[in-house]
Design a protein around this ligand. Structure first.
Ligand code: MSP
Length: 504
């Protein structure tokens, strides 16, 4: 079995300050990457920055610096976000990297050689903000469908023969029903392609901040052809990195994107790849958008949510949990501070934090700060709890492969709720007086359950899970999914715990 797993985020426009939307897309990929590693996969998790194009050229000009100086500086903001959110990416690609430039030129040459690129003249509408072309019929009140201003562009341009790929794309979508997810996005893409495709302008001559077209240096590549190619550049398409064969990494298992950029990924990208005789990614998942307290997030409204700021205010694991739990992944969601506080207080402090606190405190107090010895026998209610996480691993695996993060968390919190009820029903504080042995079984059961919960939560809330596993003295080798069955060792030292999630 091929044990590799390659997951990508979109590469982010550097001229923006990182905001909650960027953090969200990368967080989803981070959780998948961490989960897959935990499950024994050899993961390659890629993110990076999209640094070319007219927008960036203009932004640099406004700052009176060279584009390269500008991007060198602003791409650091995205690297800071990775640290702040504890993202576990394996690589960070910049479209100004030499490896990427070479890879774009190699792809261009291949498309040219295969006869899919021709020189023509472009005349039509272009939106710099969206970095996209629009036909006359798409223009609404003189603007792009997104509301961005458009300008009339007339210049010589190379075209990619996108029209020719129409039926091949439809055919591919039909044969691979899970290529585009969720289904609503898939339908949207299919009807767009069925509506007819036009050949795509893939070069520009009216500005210069981009990758030069190899056979004609007056042209630079269209920024989306450049940007999409990052996914193969990092997978060693040019064969420059020793020891990593391109086709061992490529095709990607998953391109995670926001719903706004599905067309580029699900139409243009597969067409480019087919035209270059390259395998297609296995899946493209388009997630929804966040609003802020019910309002569309936009720079002009000044309501952009700063991930650095909310992590500082509410804590990283709290924010990671909220973003993944609050909204079924794929749907749009509303970011509301009161809802974030509710979730932290009820799910994290009251349910989970409280369970950990009360169980560990009882062990410290009544068992000399050691895990009780493994019991000789359990009652049914003990086994029911002990088995609830480990017997659900296959369900979690499936849900992660479907990107149903909220469902995984919901299930885990059901177990947390059951564990709290078990404490109330078993009442170890009374057992202490009349059946000490049984109290030890109950506490052992609870510690084992907490261990499993912490193992499965590692991808979602890595710091808290690590704290718990350290606190329960679980060795590193026993923190994988495959070792979740190994019961916690009796005699492991346990000390007075800190509060996991202070109430807000
Ligand atoms: N540079 C292109 C992607 C090229 S990939 C080959 C781009 N960059 S972006 O920085 O504008 O956006 C990156 C991601 O952020 C998109 O997936 C987008 O959906 C996501 N988000 C931007 N605002 C968002 C919200 N308000 N909510 C959720 N995600 C949003 O597009």
């Amino acid at each position: 079995m091929n044990n590799n797993f390659y997951v990508t985020t979109p590469i982010y426009y550097v001229n923006d300050i990182p905001h909650i939307g960027h953090a969200y897309t990368t967080l989803a990929c981070d959780i998948i990457a961490r989960f897959k590693r935990l499950d024994g996969f050899n993961v390659f998790f890629l993110t990076g920055t999209d640094e070319h194009g007219q927008k960036v050229e203009l932004a640099a000009k406004n700052k009176k610096v060279k584009p390269i100086e500008f991007v060198n500086e602003v791409s650091l903001n995205f690297k800071d976000l990775l640290k702040c959110m504890q993202f576990s990416n394996d690589d960070f690609i910049r479209t100004t990297d030499e490896r990427h430039i070479e890879s774009c030129q190699k792809l261009w040459n291949k498309l040219l050689e295969n006869g899919h690129i021709y020189l023509g003249k472009y005349s039509g509408w272009y939106s710099v903000r969206d970095e996209a072309f629009f036909s006359e019929s798409e223009i609404v009140d003189g603007k792009a469908p997104s509301g961005s201003p458009v300008e009339w562009v007339e210049e010589p341009s190379y075209f990619f023969n996108l029209k020719k790929w129409e039926s091949k794309l439809i055919d591919f979508y039909e044969k691979n029903p899970n290529f585009i997810c969720p289904a609503s996005r898939r339908n949207e893409v299919v009807s767009f392609v069925k509506g007819g495709l036009l050949d795509l302008s893939v070069s520009r001559t009216s500005f210069s901040w981009g990758i030069k077209v190899p056979n004609d240096n007056n042209h630079i590549m269209y920024v989306w052809l450049d940007a999409l190619t990052n996914y193969i550049s990092a997978a060693n398409y040019t064969d420059k990195v020793d020891g990593r064969a391109f086709l061992e990494t490529w095709p990607a298992d998953l391109h995670m994107v926001g719903k706004d950029i599905i067309r580029f990924h699900a139409v243009y990208w597969p067409a480019f790849l087919m035209a270059a005789d390259l395998p297609l990614p296995k899946k493209i998942f388009a997630h929804g958008w966040w609003t802020n307290e019910g309002q569309k997030i936009s720079k002009s409204l000044g309501n952009v949510i700063d991930p650095f700021d909310i992590v500082e205010k509410f804590g990283l694991d709290q924010v990671r949990y909220f973003l993944m739990r609050e909204v079924p992944f794929g749907n749009d969601g509303d970011f509301s501070i009161s809802q974030l506080i509710n979730r932290v207080n009820s799910d994290l402090s009251n349910s989970f934090g409280n369970l950990f606190q009360r169980v560990v405190s009882m062990v410290v107090k009544n068992c000399n700060g050691k895990v009780p010895e493994k019991p000789n026998s359990f009652l049914d209610e003990d086994l029911k709890l002990i088995n609830s996480i480990k017997n659900s691993l296959n369900e979690y695996r499936e849900l992660i492969d479907l990107q149903r993060f909220d469902q995984v968390l919901k299930h885990i919190w059901l177990v947390i709720g059951n564990a709290n009820k078990y404490v109330d029903i078993q009442a170890p504080w009374s057992l202490k007086k009349n059946d000490f042995k049984r109290m030890e079984v109950v506490l052992f059961t609870l510690l084992e359950t907490l261990k499993q919960i912490a193992i499965i939560l590692q991808p979602f809330i890595p710091s808290t899970s690590e704290y718990i596993l350290n606190h329960l003295s679980i060795p590193n080798d026993f923190r994988q999914l495959k070792s979740i069955n190994i019961l916690i060792s009796g005699n492991n030292d346990i000390s007075v715990p800190s509060i996991l999630f202070p109430r807000i």
